[in-house]
Design a protein around this ligand. Structure first.
Ligand code: GTP
Ligand code: SPV
Ligand code: MN
Length: 592
């Protein structure tokens, strides 16, 4: 156990409230994993997949109403409402504790309470943060084992007095009317109850590494961001690193492990994956911005992942992977829509019902075998493109920051901001069509600054201010870009092939960072001259390329109204520099 008095006291208090039958402290060993897996399989919480075809792989279904993060039930609990800002649901800490306590009380009766000491980032690195998650879900324990570094080594590092985030979780009754995801930045605590889904319950992920960490980052002068981190290696061996923020289910995982397309093969690029979801970034002594991925696993979207779109991931998930809400095949393997292999003739769907292709529900809609937000949890080290720098304390130096979203119209394939302040504006005005990763109407365009709207643990106006301030601290500033892989033609078809082909755009981005290529100036930023994107081996006409980088002033003037409306809700707290950028953009768009 531990000699840490505060930790012991907190675990005692939680046990008193939740009333578990027993308490187990996780040590992180392989033996422990074997026992837990067996227990979860015995109760049916988890199904062991075909061990010959998928060694070490497990299968789990969540409750049908518990398949994505529930942002409506997610709260930032600060003593002042304005500190949470209009971007967050807010509750007074006192009220939040009170409401949650009612649901937590007795919630672990007849169950075991697991205590998981975990580290985000390599154990002992000065950039890492320690958390302790208490949970009554073996599924959570098994996922945390993959996504974070857990066990005795973390307790040893904590010693008698080390600081940690208190993370309390109970499935309780998995009742959506008794579900709350509460963050207490002032207490360095998270309480999550009534859910068993990923981002709601793997508390090291969005809750700690983004919502709580963003709050700490502001105080400690660093950045906690919803970003992938990847390295692009040139034949000479030089690696440039890119950090990119796209909203949930908009392509971070896929981009982070892309494989160079055929047409670019002769150029000899190699891609290295550092992270696919979260980046913690600091200014180092060299004046550059350095990034670490605090996670040790990937919690990736299954549908759409196949050997063409993401061969690295397909290789990674062949073993030791937990599959959630995908289709279970009769041979004990798994499948999902737009996955590999033929559509199976039959299977058990994500809700546990017999499934055949083409089946329809009462409204006549096709029933999918896998939920659109079904996922796999896989150790990062199993990914063939994983960077050797994953365990490096200082991480990697960032040359370019890329923002992006899912926009059927408006946003060009890529554009470059004029400078840091303008880049912050570009990030602050990001918008994207809603995906299955969050509850709500799919396809609706919503503003999602820096892909952090659901994850910023404080008032977003202050967050923009923090980004502006960081710009003053970074001597060697990364250039800031915006990409959109999702622009469509008149028939609604994607204009850009995406996936591996996105390297062609990254190539332009890095050339711009090195000052090697010209660009066209438009009111919104620099876009590539069509001839500067290498289209070798791609069947893409110049005309389409022109469409892809076109900037329509009238559409942008319309878009500007959305910027204004969004910013106005932050009132006086909004940094003046953001409004200055707004005015400057407006003038550029209105001038001939
Ligand atoms: P989170 O894990 O929710 O944060 O998502 P993510 O940003 O990592 O998204 P991911 O890479 O898993 O992609 C989500 C969906 O977008 C998948 O269905 C992909 O197939 C699809 N997608 C990814 N990249 C591209 C692309 O370049 N073009 C197109 N058209 N689709 C893409
Ligand atoms: C996301 O929704 O952005 C994810 C999955 O990465 S979750 O862990 O549920 O947040
Ligand atoms: Mn994410």
């Amino acid at each position: 156990m531990t000699k840490h008095k505060k930790l012991k006291k907190w675990v005692d208090e939680c046990a008193k409230m939740c009333q578990p039958d027993k308490i187990i402290w996780l040590n992180g060993s392989e033996e422990e994993k074997v026992i837990l897996e067996q227990q979860a399989c015995d109760t049916g919480e988890i199904i062991r997949l075909n061990q010959e075809l998928l060694p070490g792989c497990l299968y789990h279904r969540t409750a049908p109403n518990d398949v994505a993060r529930t942002e409506d039930l997610t709260f930032i609990c600060t003593s002042k409402k304005d500190d949470a800002g209009p971007n967050n649901n807010w509750m007074l800490p006192k009220e939040a504790y009170h409401r949650a306590r009612e649901i937590f009380t007795g919630s672990m009766r007849g169950r075991t309470m697991y205590v998981i000491p975990f580290s985000m980032g390599p154990v002992g690195s000065p950039f890492s943060k320690v958390g302790v998650e208490i949970t009554d879900s073996i599924y959570v324990v098994l996922n945390m084992r993959i996504m974070t570094r857990i066990g005795t080594k973390v307790l040893e590092y904590l010693g008698k007095t080390g600081a940690f985030t208190k993370c309390l979780h109970s499935k309780a009754q998995l009742d959506i009317t008794k579900r709350l995801i509460l963050h207490f930045p002032e207490d360095n605590a998270i309480w999550s109850v009534g859910s068993g889904y990923g981002g709601n319950v793997l508390l090291g992920k969005k809750c700690l590494s983004l919502r709580i960490a963003s709050h700490l980052a502001r105080q400690e002068n660093w950045l906690a961001e919803h970003m992938l981190i990847m390295g692009v290696e040139e034949p000479g061996g030089k690696i440039d690193y890119i950090a990119a923020a796209f909203p949930s289910a908009c392509g971070k995982t896929n981009l982070a492990m892309l494989i160079p397309p055929e047409g670019l093969k002769i150029k000899g690029y190699k891609i290295w994956t550092v992270g696919d979801d979260i980046a913690w970034m600091r200014v180092d002594t060299d004046g550059a911005l350095w990034a670490v991925n605090p996670e040790s696993g990937f919690f990736g979207v299954a549908p759409g992942t196949n050997s063409k779109t993401n061969p690295n991931m397909m290789e990674a998930i062949k073993k030791n992977t937990i599959y959630t809400n995908v289709l279970l095949k009769m041979d004990g393997t798994v499948w999902w829509e737009e996955g590999d292999g033929p559509v199976p003739a039959e299977g058990i769907d994500w809700m546990g019902r017999p499934w055949k292709p083409g089946m329809k529900d009462e409204k006549g809609n096709i029933i999918k075998g896998a939920h659109a937000n079904s996922r796999f949890t896989v150790p990062a080290k199993q990914c063939p493109s994983i960077s050797y720098r994953l365990e490096h304390h200082h991480g990697v130096p960032i040359s370019a920051i890329v923002f992006g979203g899912r926009r059927a119209h408006l946003a060009p394939l890529v554009y470059e901001s004029f400078n840091w302040q303008h880049g912050v504006y570009v990030g602050a005005t990001m918008a994207s069509e809603r995906t299955a990763a969050q509850f709500g109407k799919q396809g609706e365009v919503r503003r999602d600054p820096m892909a952090m709207f659901p994850f910023c643990g404080y008032n977003m106006a202050d967050y923009f201010g923090h980004w502006l301030k960081m710009g003053e601290k970074i001597e060697k500033k990364p250039k800031i870009f915006h990409v959109n892989w999702f622009r469509v033609d008149e028939e609604g078809k994607f204009l850009w092939p995406g996936y591996g082909e996105n390297l062609r755009v990254l190539e332009w981005i890095l050339s711009r960072c090195r000052g090697e290529v010209e660009a066209q100036k438009t009111p919104i930023g620099y876009v590539p001259r069509p001839q500067d994107i290498d289209l070798n081996g791609l069947n893409l006409t110049n005309k389409i390329m022109e469409k892809l980088v076109a900037v329509n002033k009238n559409e942008w003037l319309e878009e500007l109204k959305g910027h204004q409306q969004f910013f106005e809700q932050f009132g006086e707290r909004m940094p003046k520099a953001i409004w200055d950028e707004y005015e400057a953009l407006k003038q550029r768009l209105e001038s001939k």
